[in-house]
Design a protein around this ligand. Structure first.
Ligand code: SAM
Length: 351
């Protein structure tokens, strides 16, 4: 029999979910037109004040602010008619360096919607959709989505969690950052360790071109370069460190990639693999983070992997056991979880 209390609770949840989905374009407009920045810098504002500060039409400002107040993204004071961006919300919407900055997630949502027709077709055929054939805003969105986690953890916590790696980087190490995308991770490491040399490899030429522009902008071209190459064939040897940021599970042949990494490393070299945080079993991942990652995995990671030779399709929520088996099959004798955040697990593999 129908349980009305459960039905009402579920309707309430779905209203929240749909409200979130319909907020995506509004949040992106707020980001692109500098509305969060204006509220963050300017404090409480009426629609007229926001319109003047951000150079937008007042009628649109009022509707956007009203939506944001109804969403709990802004606070509204009926007495003064002003809207405020509280400091906690500012961390999500306005501060790109905050560990919980989520604008990139809204960009990924749009990229996933644009991918729908191709992925829907792939559901029927069982084939993949190439990384380069996906929505053209996916590449920037992915970089922007992952950057806050790297900015707040990579140099401060993840590299120091590896055995002896920071000391080598401080002296002079040779590093490959594979599947580097737009190169945020490569550039962060290159800035922190100017004595070491970094090569970012990715098989998507558009991303490599963008990474080269970023390297120029950040002034790291003296110790950094970017090249187009697959993870199973990038041309390197005698490396001290190889890094894979949120990309091993996207690869068609992760075991082939692991084998190749093994060959490129010095005997005492290290491989750092950053992957989405996930438990080994589905039941461990039935939570808000798992929900986001399964969505991304269905629309992006599985199609990307299935489009490549082997098509292992590990999925974004592969989990430690599956990942460590892949790494061991690639010829690594030791693997361990070196660090972890709510969003990522950091694995260290040694020959
Ligand atoms: C989710 S993105 C992560 C990009 C970047 N590492 C970051 O964290 O922002 C996955 C990246 O893996 C790359 N990729 C996927 N399969 C690859 C392969 N077989 N060889 C090299 N790169 C690959 C894609 O082009 C993409 O840039």
């Amino acid at each position: 029999m129908l349980d009305e209390t459960k039905l009402n609770a579920f309707i309430g949840r779905m209203l929240g979910d749909l409200g979130g989905a319909l907020s995506v374009p509004l949040v992106r407009i707020g980001d692109r037109l500098g509305l969060y920045k204006a509220l963050h810098e300017g404090g409480p504002m009426t629609p007229g004040e926001l319109a003047t500060k951000a150079c937008i039409a007042e009628r649109y400002a009022r509707e956007w602010l009203s939506h944001h107040a109804a969403s709990g993204y802004l606070e509204y004071d009926a007495g003064s008619g002003k809207f405020t961006l509280p400091p906690e919300q500012a961390m999500i919407f306005a501060d790109p360096d905050s560990p919980v900055y989520m604008q990139g997630g809204f960009d990924v949502a749009v990229a996933m919607m644009e991918n729908q027709a191709q992925v829907e077709q792939a559901f029927r055929s069982g084939k993949g959709v190439g990384w380069g054939e996906q929505s053209q805003c996916l590449f920037c969105a992915a970089g922007r989505f992952f950057r806050p986690g790297y900015h707040n953890n990579l140099v401060q916590a993840w590299l120091p969690a590896l055995d002896g790696v920071t000391a080598k980087l401080e002296r002079r190490a040779s590093v490959a950052d594979v599947g580097c995308g737009h190169g945020f991770s490569t550039i962060m490491m290159a800035k922190a360790f100017p004595q070491s040399t970094f090569v970012g490899y990715d098989f998507h030429p558009g991303s490599v071109a963008q990474a080269r522009i970023h390297a120029e902008q950040h002034g790291v071209t003296a110790n950094t370069r970017f090249e187009v190459a697959t993870a199973s064939e990038f041309p390197a040897n005698d490396l001290d460190l190889v890094t894979f940021f949120d990309c091993l599970h996207d690869m068609g042949d992760p075991v082939g990639a692991a084998r190749h990494v093994r060959q490129t490393l010095k005997p005492d070299g290290s491989w750092m693999i950053v992957e989405p945080a996930a438990g080994d079993r589905l039941e461990d991942n039935l939570n808000p983070v798992g929900r986001l990652y399964y969505a991304g995995s269905t629309m992006i990671c599985i199609p990307t992997s299935l489009d490549q030779p082997v098509g292992a399709a590990l999925g974004a929520q592969a989990g430690y056991s599956k990942l460590s088996a892949v790494i061991a099959e690639g010829g690594f004798g030791k693997v361990r979880k070196a660090a972890e955040t709510p969003f990522n697990m950091i694995l260290e593999a040694r020959p």
